[in-house]
Design a protein around this ligand. Sequence first.
Ligand code: ATP
Length: 263
Amino acid sequence: MAPQTDQSASTPRLSLRDITVRFGGLTALESVSVDVHPGTVVGIMGPNGAGKTTLFNVVCGIYRPSIGTMAVDGTVVRPHPHTLTKHGIARTLQGLGLFAGQSVLDNVVAGLQHDTRHTFVEELLSLPRAVRDEREKKDRAMAILEKLNVAAFAAAAPDTLPYAIRKKVSIARALVSNPSLLLLDEPAGGLGHDEIDELAQLIREIPQSGCAVVLVEHHVDLVMSVCDRIAVLDFGKLIAEGTPEQVSADPAVTDAYLGVDAA
Ligand SMILES: Nc1ncnc2c1ncn2[C@@H]1O[C@H](COP(=O)(O)OP(=O)(O)OP(=O)(O)O)[C@@H](O)[C@H]1O
């Protein structure tokens, strides 16, 4: 876990202010504010329907809040899903979202699609800049696969691999762009105990490079063990925010969430 620093002194990597999202008459999020500082992991927890996915989708630019702002490194942004990498943001999907017809390596290279420095014509004609660019992307993809101990599967088709390996490939695809903010959506889903332990180890290592991590996750033990801070939602409202120790000792959290789901 990252050492606790005086975070109030630094600019948050991600700052969500008074985010309100309405779906017709339903208020899915009401004035939610969360800060995520560089080199930290922030968990978003809450019972079913609390608003976790909605908040995640606001950060990904899928939903536009009715009220509220999102800032990255102090600058207010209005991202779209296809402009996330411009803001240094990468995400994993709840489903893995891997391309079945492509190799593991090509799936990870796809995470660099916005990092292309050659033109379409240069690629068509296999001109040196295009060849060099593609080689560099493959090298970066291989490096991240090696880091995650799945390089041996680089040539395989994802749908021939066990779920836990595919999960790592989806995380590799998000990490390959060297994001400054990584959004993980339910990464523990479908994994067994040992695999979750391995995932926890990986999540703890990501902030060492300064990357900030937002973790939306139902698995309470995972959230408690890897997060520096946790924001707890209930019925669209932020009911608690703090360290895992503070949050787990908060009676509002016990009532709303832990008392129900983690008993
Ligand atoms: N596109 C939508 N249209 C209408 N209502 C929605 C939409 N998306 C979410 N909601 C509603 O907003 C509320 C928050 O949903 P959300 O999916 O964000 O919760 P969650 O905490 O992610 O739940 P879960 O843990 O079950 O995934 C719920 O009442 C849900 O029914």
